[in-house]
Design a binder for this molecule. Structure first.
Ligand code: PGA
Ligand code: ZN
Length: 384
């Protein structure tokens, strides 16, 4: 593809913060943003600076006849640091997404195996809400189509809202469109587990443990308890067993490969123990996890890496070692639906992209791709 023109604009995201959108040959890509960001993620530039960077330094891409990998290498070279310190990972991913979308604009994505949507139905932590666990997630493992899968998650969200309206005093919606209420983590798990059993889906948690780790301890303000890492291991093992969790993300703070390994050994045959802040979509950190046996799943957030190609290297390594990759949105999002096309393109078995609000742009893109496919089917999950 020849890059005829590249320009950027500053736009709003779902939290009302400014972000950057890049256009290549009239086709766009937009950077999302996190609230519970990992320390080792690509650096984020203020939106004004990111726009300026694209409209000046990154103009070097204009005139190139280029594929995704070469475009991404050129973006990485123009930055020249390890973690996009100079141009910003948000700047890089907006352009990298725009390259992908411009290349695939007129080409059909020919993959026909669809990922299961992992949907955040209830939450707390850094996204807003009373619980310490950040996300309570639904995985519709029995669904036979993308329609059925998305409908299952939506039903759980709706039924949960009805139940909370009866059982809690204050019910709200947080940054990711997940419900919030003045109930603690166990009450939430009790209610959601019952509904999920009735609806026929599995549930999981994003613990996002770095957010409440301080001075060697995990402080669950909602449960009025403070746990050492060893206590946290026992506590989460028991919680995963009691609630038959199929998914547990970031169970320990972002540097604790050792306890993540211990937990994976204990529950990994029944549960996806997933690294988000632990791996930050980084090939080297994932390699460390593989060597140590820490986690059997990882979150792929392209903006943590900075370019699509860097994220792709990480997903390739994951697949080689039987680590389940989950392509994911961020809590700060826009109508950009690139991750839905990427999840299909990469044959990822699971996509984490919310349930309602503006996240439906990603879910509706999955529906569109399903309708465009000749013989679409859902992927085969290792755990059901
Ligand atoms: P973030 O969180 O996008 O706010 O960092 C989402 C997650 O932790 O999965
Ligand atoms: Zn997470």
């Amino acid at each position: 593809m020849i890059i005829h023109n590249l320009h950027a604009e500053k736009i709003l995201d779902s939290r009302g913060n400014w972000t950057v959108r890049a256009y290549i040959n009239g086709v766009s890509g937009t950077a999302p943003s996190g609230a519970s960001t990992g320390t080792y993620e690509a650096k984020v530039m203020p939106a004004d600076k990111a726009v300026n960077m694209i409209n000046t330094k990154l103009q070097r891409l204009v005139g190139e006849n280029i594929n995704q990998i070469d475009a991404d290498i050129l973006i990485e070279t123009l930055d020249g640091t390890d973690n996009f310190d100079k141009i910003g990972g948000n700047t890089a991913i907006a352009v990298s997404f725009a390259v992908f979308n411009a290349i695939h604009n007129s080409k059909k994505i020919t993959k026909e195996i669809f990922p299961y949507p992992l949907g955040n139905v209830f939450g707390g932590g850094a996204h807003g809400g009373s619980t310490t666990f950040q996300e309570f997630l639904a995985l519709p493992t029995k669904a036979k189509s993308i329609y059925e899968a998305l409908d299952t998650n939506v039903q759980l969200h709706k039924r949960l809202r009805e139940t909370l309206n009866k059982k809690a005093k204050t019910v709200g919606i947080n940054d990711e469109g997940a419900l919030t209420a003045d109930i603690d983590d166990f009450k939430a798990l009790d209610i959601i587990t019952d509904l999920a059993e009735d609806i026929g889906c599995r549930i999981g948690l994003d613990v996002a443990a770095s957010e409440f780790f301080n001075k060697e301890k995990y402080t669950y303000r909602s449960l009025k308890k403070t746990l050492t890492p060893a206590d946290q291991l026992d506590f989460l093992t028991e919680t995963a067993r009691k609630y038959k969790l199929i998914y547990l993300e970031d169970p320990f703070e972002e540097n604790d490969f050792e306890n993540t390994q211990k937990l994976t050994k204990k529950i990994g045959n029944k549960c996806l123990v997933c690294g988000d802040d632990l791996f930050v979509t980084d090939e080297k950190r994932l390699q460390k996890g593989i060597t140590l046996g820490a986690a059997n799943s990882l979150i792929i957030k392209p903006n943590q890496a900075g370019t699509i190609s860097l994220a792709q290297d990480t997903i390739t390594l994951a697949k080689k070692h039987d680590i389940t990759p989950i392509v994911s949105h961020r809590s700060g999002e826009t109508e950009d639906s690139t991750i839905s096309r990427l999840a299909l393109f990469w044959s990822a078995p699971i996509i984490k992209a919310g349930v309602i609000d503006m996240r439906i742009s990603k879910l509706n893109e999955l529906i569109h791709l399903w309708n465009m496919a000749e013989t679409p089917s859902m992927t085969k999950l290792k755990l059901k």
